[in-house]
Design a protein around this ligand. Structure first.
Ligand code: ADP
Ligand code: GN1
Ligand code: MG
Length: 366
């Protein structure tokens, strides 16, 4: 984490109409370094978000920022035309004195700053079905608003990001190499994945056969990547736009269910507490189809329940891979953190499997 002087120096490169007071680490993201910056602006205290993009995860920050800039500019234009509250509906990038939305520090790290969205917060675990509806509606609306993004295809900021079979083969490679000597501890988990690897390519196959289209998708729709209004409970701002790129809408829906229908935190170690709530699932389904239903193809609709299970497998697989590789990707707070997360996700997969026929029944009712 950086000291105040360094944060101050980075802030000075952005056009901020205020004096730096303090910067504090903020949020519960697993990837970037995020700070809330407080400035004095003409006697008022105003906040900004300052983020260092993780260079180990995003190898080409210029491309990440080009995507984010295009996407946020498009959303701003759209909201302005529709007289919606611009400043809280989308992230707003600050620009530098050379009119660029990011800067590099002396170590070559890329930093960006956003207007801090006030009177709203993100949740790791949702508190009600109503909240689940709002979350899914907001992410569905995000996809819908990007359908007409002008210009070239967005960059793929992380290639193969939702290529589930590739993620699984990475897991077995990591187990084979076993650089940390941890593989013997996870035989049961490896078998869990092995038993399910046949269905890992389902969505990719459907895309290849033309049944489900490529769209502009968020690709990281875990529910804490959305700010929820403190007063109205509405989803007000989709965040974490680093992986907005061409993708499959189903992975977005699946990730909302993985995180929004689980009644426990992603790293809850008491697995008895980990399960998928069917009523949360129903609320997410209604919210998402409420916003995105008009453009979904029949095959996309049909695979909504399955997508939840698939991405939960995928993320569990990624946590387990990172555990075997020595915790080099996700931020961790304790030595077994990634293993705990993987076990948690696999328990959630089992809960989804046990409720899959009910999930499919609900789909027929909406
Ligand atoms: P990571 O890639 O590490 O997950 P995020 O972009 O998701 O980073 O940001 C981490 C957290 O910071 C978010 O979950 C949210 O709580 C907070 N945050 C980010 N941007 C803003 C913003 N503009 N306004 C308010 N909070 C924000
Ligand atoms: C990461 O950045 P964050 O914490 O919102 C990860 C997602 C995972 C998620 C699991 C770029 O999301 O893919 O699903 O952790 N983001 C990246 O919690 O890898
Ligand atoms: Mg995040």
């Amino acid at each position: 984490m950086l000291g105040q002087q360094e944060l101050h120096e980075i802030c000075e490169k952005f056009i901020i109409y205020g004096d730096f007071i303090v910067g504090v680490p903020f949020g519960a993201g697993h990837i970037n370094d995020t700070y809330q910056i407080t400035c004095d602006q003409g006697g008022l205290r105003v906040h900004y978000t300052l983020q260092k993009i993780n260079p180990k995860v995003f190898h080409n920050p210029h491309r990440v920022m080009d995507n984010v800039d295009r996407v946020t500019a498009h959303l701003c234009r759209k909201y302005r035309e529709n007289n919606r509250f611009l400043h809280r509906r989308t992230l707003r990038l600050l620009r530098t004195y050379t009119n660029v939305p990011y800067v590099f520090d002396d170590n070559g790290n890329c930093w960006r700053a956003y207007v801090f969205v006030e009177n709203a917060r993100s949740y790791n675990v949702l508190e009600s079905d109503k909240m689940a509806y709002s979350v899914a509606y907001a992410f569905g609306e995000f996809q819908r608003d990007l359908v007409d993004l002008p210009g070239e295809r967005l960059y793929e900021t992380i290639p193969n990001f939702h290529n589930t079979p590739w993620r699984i083969s990475n897991l077995f490679d990591a187990a084979k190499q076993d650089v940390c000597g941890r593989a013997n501890k996870v035989a049961r988990e490896l078998d869990f994945v092995y038993q399910r690897c046949k269905e890992a390519g389902t969505l990719i196959e459907l895309h290849k056969s033309g049944d489900i289209p490529e769209r502009i998708t968020h690709n990281d729709t875990k529910v804490n990547n959305l700010l929820i209004d403190d007063y109205t409970g509405e989803g007000v701002c989709v965040m974490d736009l680093d992986t907005v790129m061409p993708g499959l809408a189903l992975y977005d829906f699946g990730d909302m269910v993985r995180t929004g229908a689980s009644v426990a935190e992603e790293d809850e170690v008491n697995l008895d507490k980990v399960e998928m709530s069917l009523s949360r699932f129903e609320a997410l389904l209604r919210g998402y189809t409420g916003a995105a239903g008009a453009f979904l193809t029949p095959a996309e609709r049909e695979y909504l329940p399955f997508s939840a299970k698939l991405i939960t497998m995928e993320i569990g697989t990624r946590f387990l891979t990172d555990y075997l590789k020595g915790d080099i990707y996700f931020k961790t707070k304790r030595p077994e953190h990634n293993l705990e997360r993987a076990r948690n996700q696999f328990k959630l997969v089992e809960s989804m499997e046990a409720q899959m026929s009910k999930m499919k029944d609900l789909l027929l009712q909406i």
